[in-house]
Design a binder for this molecule. Structure first.
Ligand code: CTP
Ligand code: CA
Length: 226
């Protein structure tokens, strides 16, 4: 942990980071979730902290522990994550690294669902979760100056991520190829493409820690301007 006296390029700036999966209940003992260790989001929060930022880290139930020296807000569901994000604003930059479940179970049961002996599984109904990144990107007053989204894609990464940036209204998309043959999912390395209004910047494959450091430096550089 850096000294409070040293100066970093993000000294005193408030940055928000979301990380981890969300869990959406089916009943009190079951849930649906996305695959996400939380490793990349955790590394980004640590790297921003190391540049002097005051970091609010909104995390779903991740496998890796949250970094030291940041404000940790633990949530379970996408809706809780949205509320926590809104409560944490304003921030100068926001990085949405969480793997938010796109849908939640509309007919979640208040009690544990039991087999009824018929052999027929229960019919789950789904409803779409709020899009946290799009909500924040489209805020008028109070929008962070820099909004960074992620895109996990299995094919046509650059095209899908470029479309996603426009659709969500964020400034940058950090895109990665999570097709099984890359071995990236659940691993310690990442190969990302940064999409911004000027185009695509391909980064060589490196550790998630190095991706985080480079991204934090790029964020600091961006906030320094204007
Ligand atoms: N995201 C979010 N809220 C959601 C869904 C996604 O904030 N309900 C954010 C993620 O944290 C990520 C970005 O949006 O920063 C893109 O997530 P992704 O799942 O790749 O995009 P989707 O719009 O959900 O599209 P897809 O159909 O490809 O899943
Ligand atoms: Ca999604």
């Amino acid at each position: 942990i850096r000294s409070a006296l040293a100066d970093g390029p993000l000294d005193g700036r408030h940055v928000l980071v979301t990380s981890g999966p969300t869990h959406e209940p089916i009943d009190p003992v079951r849930y649906i979730a996305n695959q996400s260790s939380g490793a990349q989001g955790t590394a980004i929060a640590a790297a921003l902290r190391d540049l002097g930022a005051r970091v609010t880290f909104v995390t779903g139930p991740a496998q890796v522990p949250p970094p030291q020296g940041v404000t940790v807000v633990r949530v379970e569901t996408a809706r809780e994550m949205l509320l926590a994000v809104e409560a944490a604003l304003p921030a100068e930059a926001a990085v949405f690294a969480a793997a938010v479940a796109d849908w939640r179970v509309a007919n979640a049961a208040g009690q544990k669902m039991k087999k009824d002996g018929s052999g027929r599984p229960p019919a789950l109904e789904f409803t779409e979760n709020p899009d946290i990144l799009a909500t924040v990107s489209r805020m008028g007053a109070g929008r962070p100056r820099l909004v960074v989204g992620f895109a996990a894609e299995t094919h046509d990464v650059e095209r899908h991520a470029t479309e996603k940036r426009i659709r969500k209204g964020c400034d940058w998309i950090v895109a990665n190829d999570v097709s099984p043959e890359t071995g990236i999912m659940g691993g310690s390395e990442n190969a990302v493409t940064i999409i911004d209004a000027d185009g695509a910047e391909h980064w060589v494959r490196m550790s998630k820690t190095d991706v985080a450091r480079r991204l934090a430096a790029r964020i600091a550089d961006r906030l320094k301007r204007e």
